[in-house]
Design a protein around this ligand. Structure first.
Ligand SMILES: NC(=O)c1ccc[n+]([C@@H]2O[C@H](COP(=O)([O-])OP(=O)(O)OC[C@H]3O[C@@H](n4cnc5c(N)ncnc54)[C@H](O)[C@@H]3O)[C@@H](O)[C@H]2O)c1
Length: 386
């Protein structure tokens, strides 16, 4: 059974790539975490992990799951491995934090949920931008009821996602590639948390406009919710317009962005072999380490309209546009980046509190992603069972 005697999250990581490089500043800074082990097929990542964290590094995930010092397994391997690795970790008695998207098929998500339930461990899906401090704050403000019911939400995000270095399967939607699986998982998570009601119907159009990067690179979707609210979600990863312009040039990870770097992702991609460029951004690579984040993370401009106010989550707070004037509900600067992820894991593993981002929550996000793809392919609305 998971080892919690010292009251810490003793974390074993599966997959030391870019996703882990983005979480590493959190693990380094949060005193509730200790990285005790990792598994990755790349020797350079294992060597760096052993040197930095003095933990054990395995070349395969099964060995990590058997490590008795681990009480929480963080799965940050490619999507297609999430289900089998989460099930193996749960069966070994470990709590599980699994990256988004939780898996690629609802049946795989259900098997993960069942394995965690049978083993009596928590299954948390994240990090994703639904954890962001400003989203939590906006959800808290909406829940006061002061602004009336949520009626409508807009989410917009234009990035260079498709031109960051990718593995071959990341450029094939049939294998889980493209923006719907990877970025829809964030945007849907954010909007579901704010609207606070199940998605009942989806109409969407998905775009794949660059034959050299054939996965889906953009979508626009209209979501209906059980509480009568509606939301419009748009994402483009084609690397031209950048919605961070509308976020004060604070990037998604809470670091300043330089507008003069227009087109940098495309230029970088044409500067070398894609596999080499990818390895540079993964943990252990020369370009993996990030400067400190002065702001909270965000996922682009979002406006939630309640009956008596429009709320706009920003990187540093939530702007509430009521009848008289806009009011900023400011957030304290982050001391630990992505602290909210550890709050949920700590609450579950150490304090026994049910997390928000459960397996069921991650499954519901995936079902909306799949409905977006299906709606576009079939040219019709897709109803989701309540
Ligand atoms: N939440 C976020 O902000 C965020 C950001 C980036 C990636 N991610 C997620 O993290 C996951 C990994 O994506 P990435 O961009 O880090 O990819 P990546 O290619 O940069 O890294 C994947 C890592 O997993 C390793 N790996 C491959 N097969 C493995 C296996 N069978 N067992 C253990 N390790 C294995 C690779 O060697 C590599 O180090 C994806 O599910 C992605 O959606 C999340």
């Amino acid at each position: 059974m998971a080892h919690t005697a010292d009251g810490l999250l003793n974390i074993g990581v599966i997959g030391l790539g870019r996703g882990f490089a983005l979480m590493a500043p959190t693990f380094r800074a949060d005193p509730r975490c200790r990285l005790v082990a990792a598994a990755d097929p790349r020797p350079e990542a294992r060597t760096r992990f052993e040197a930095e964290f003095s933990g054990r590094a395995y070349d395969d995930a099964e060995a990590l799951c058997a490590d008795p010092t681990v009480n929480l397994v963080y799965i940050a391997s490619p999507h297609q491995h999430h289900a089998a690795q989460a099930i193996a970790a749960a069966r070994a008695g470990k709590h599980v934090l699994v990256e988004k998207p939780m898996a690629l098929e609802p049946s795989a998500c259900r098997a993960m949920i069942a394995a965690a339930r049978e083993a009596g461990v928590h299954l948390i899906v994240g990090p994703s931008h639904g954890f962001d401090a400003s989203i939590a704050k906006a959800a808290e403000l909406i829940a006061t009821g002061d602004y009336g019911a949520v009626r409508m939400a807009q989410a917009l995000n234009y990035t260079d996602f498709l031109y960051r270095p990718r593995r071959p399967e990341e450029l094939d939607t049939a294998q889980g590639g493209g923006v719907v699986f990877s970025q829809g998982a964030h945007q849907i998570d954010v909007i579901r948390r704010l609207v606070g009601s199940p998605v009942t119907r989806v109409r969407a159009q998905v775009g794949a406009w660059d034959p050299a990067r054939p996965a889906d690179g953009a979508y626009t979707a209209f979501l209906s919710f059980a509480n009568g609210a509606a939301a419009s979600l748009t994402y483009s990863g084609y690397g031209r317009y950048d919605t961070d312009e509308l976020m004060g040039w604070i990037g998604e990870t809470g670091r300043p962005k330089n507008p003069a770097a227009y087109g940098a992702a495309r230029r970088r991609l044409s500067s070398g072999a894609e596999g080499t460029l990818k390895a540079e951004r993964a943990y252990g690579g020369a370009g993996a380490d990030l400067p400190p984040a002065e702001h909270h993370e965000h996922f682009g401009p979002i406006i939630v309209s309640c009956e008596r106010a429009d709320l706009r989550p920003l990187a540093d707070g939530v702007l509430v546009y009521g009848d008289e004037k806009p009011q900023l509900h400011k957030l304290a600067a982050p001391t630990v980046p992505r602290k909210e992820v550890i709050d949920q894991a700590w609450g579950a593993v150490i304090e026994g509190r049910a997390p928000l981002h459960t397996g069921e929550w991650g499954l519901a996000n995936l079902e909306v992603c799949l409905a977006i793809l299906r709606s576009s392919a079939e040219g019709r609305e897709i109803d989701l069972p309540a």
